[in-house]
Write a protein that binds this ligand. Structure first.
Ligand SMILES: [Zn+2]
Ligand SMILES: [Zn+2]
Length: 80
């Protein structure tokens, strides 16, 4: 064994990336890289809003102790 376990499966609503990372300590593909750029970039970060993995810095933010959020969820709130 070298490095953390890796789960390359697709996003599963019944076993979200958050679950995989938190319970298995697994690294999973950034879903934005996967869906938009068709590339695999492993990450152990996940969005607190949608529970999908994202790569830190490029497709989400993990600012200090605040909740992590991916760029897909990090949109301006729907203001009137
Ligand atoms: Zn990414
Ligand atoms: Zn999200």
């Amino acid at each position: 064994m070298s490095g953390p376990p890796v789960d390359l499966g697709p996003f599963d609503p019944n076993n979200t990336d958050r679950d995989k990372i938190m319970s298995a300590g697994a690294w999973v593909p950034c879903r934005i890289c996967e869906e938009v750029f068709l590339r695999v970039r492993l990450t152990a970060r996940y969005c607190n809003t949608c529970s999908r993995a994202f790569c830190e810095g490029e497709h989400g933010s993990f600012a200090g102790r605040g909740p992590a959020v991916c760029v897909q969820c990090h949109r301006p709130a729907n203001r009137p």
